[in-house]
Design a protein around this ligand. Structure first.
Ligand code: SF4
Length: 301
C-alpha cells in the first residue's frame, strides 16, 4: 500500500497561524473611514440596506462603461471593432445591465435612472473618441500582501498615456460630483489613487504616469460636447505620499480588526457628509448624525 511509505512522516502543525483577511480599498477601508458605524452594520453584520439607490447607481455606471469599452474592442461583434457606441447602443447596454441589477434586487427611481443614462451618453460622446482607443485593460485587479492582511483594489481603466505611448495612466470612475478640497472624500480619493499607483508599480515594476479620477455627475446638465473642468482630478504621484497612504490603510485595518473583535463600532471622527447620512438606514436613531447637526424625524401621516 502506497500510504505505508508515509507512515513515519511527520509535519509541523501550525495551530497559531491566522488566515489573512482581504480588505478592499473602496468597499472596506474608505467605507470604514467614512463612517465606522455604517460600515459595521452593512459590511460586517451584513444588514441589508433598504435604500439600494447608491449601489444601483455605482454599478450601472461602471458596468455600462465596461460594455462601451468592450463594444469598441469588438468583443460583442468583431465587425464593430474600432467603432464608437451610439446613443442607441448605450441605451441597449443600459437596459441589459439594469435587468441584471433588478434580478439582484437593485432598482432605481425613474429620476435616478434617467440621470444615470444621460450621464453615460454624455461620457460616451465627450470622452469616447479620446479614450476608448487608448484603453489597455478594464477592471484590472491589483493587490498587495501586507503583514496582517491582503489589500486589494480594482482599477477601472488602464490606458496608454496621451503624451507618451510607452507610459500608462490609471483611471477610476466615480458616480458622484467632485468633492471640494475641504471635504474628507478629497483626501480619501487621493489616498486611494496613490495606493492603486503603488499596487500597479508592484505588479508591473514601473509606476503609472498619471492617476486620474473621473467624477461622472459633473456631466449632468452639461450642454456642450466639452469636458467640464471639474470632471477630472489628477492625483500627483509621490512615493512619500504613497508610504503615508499605505500606513494610513494599515492603521485603518487595525481599527477594523479591533472593532470586529470587540463587536463595537465607533462614531465617525469627521462628518460622513449629509448625503451619506441621508442615504443611511441608521439615520433615524443615530446619535453620531445628531452630533453633526442632523435631526432625522419619522413623520407619520
Ligand atoms: S446616519 Fe450618518 S453618522 Fe449615523 S451611521 Fe449612518 S452614515 Fe454614520
Amino acid at each position: 500500500m502506497v500510504w505505508e511509505h508515509y507512515r513515519t512522516l511527520s509535519l509541523p502543525f501550525e495551530s497559531q497561524a491566522k488566515p489573512k483577511r482581504k480588505y478592499s480599498i473602496t468597499a472596506d477601508i474608505l467605507s470604514y473611514q467614512r463612517c465606522p458605524i455604517q460600515y459595521g452594520a452593512f459590511s460586517t453584520r451584513k444588514y441589508e440596506p433598504s435604500l439600494s439607490l447608491e449601489l444601483f447607481y455605482g454599478d450601472i455606471i461602471h458596468q455600462v462603461l465596461d460594455q462601451a469599452h468592450a463594444h469598441y474592442n469588438g468583443k460583442f461583434d468583431p465587425s464593430l471593432r474600432g467603432t464608437y457606441p451610439t446613443d442607441e447602443d448605450i441605451e441597449r447596454y443600459f437596459d441589459e445591465v439594469e435587468n441584471s441589477l433588478k434580478a439582484r434586487g437593485l432598482r432605481a427611481t425613474d429620476k435616478v435612472r434617467d440621470k444615470a443614462l444621460n450621464i453615460l451618453k454624455k461620457f460616451n460622446e465627450i470622452e469616447g473618441p479620446n479614450l476608448y482607443n487608448r484603453i489597455l485593460d478594464t477592471e484590472c485587479k491589483l493587490q498587495a500582501d501586507r503583514a496582517d492582511y491582503i489589500l486589494h483594489g480594482n482599477v477601472d481603466v488602464l490606458a496608454v498615456s496621451e503624451d507618451d505611448e510607452t507610459e500608462v495612466e490609471i483611471w477610476d470612475y466615480k458616480g458622484t460630483d467632485k468633492p471640494s478640497i475641504n471635504q474628507p472624500e478629497y483626501k480619501q480619493y487621493e489616498f486611494q489613487m496613490q495606493v492603486y499607483a503603488e499596487l500597479y508599480r508592484r505588479k508591473k515594476g514601473k509606476p503609472p504616469k498619471k492617476a486620474v479620477l473621473y467624477f461622472l455627475n459633473e456631466l449632468d446638465h452639461v450642454e456642450s460636447n466639452y469636458r467640464p473642468q471639474n470632471a477630472i482630478m489628477e492625483v500627483e504621484l509621490n512615493p512619500s505620499e504613497v508610504e503615508v497612504a499605505m500606513s494610513n490603510f494599515d492603521k485603518t485595518v487595525g481599527e477594523i480588526e479591533s472593532c470586529r473583535d470587540n463587536n463595537t463600532w465607533s462614531y465617525p471622527e469627521t462628518d460622513p457628509s449629509e448625503k451619506t447620512c441621508d442615504a443611511c438606514d441608521l439615520r433615524w436613531n443615530c446619535q453620531a448624525a445628531k452630533n453633526f447637526g442632523r435631526n432625522y424625524r419619522l413623520i407619520y401621516p
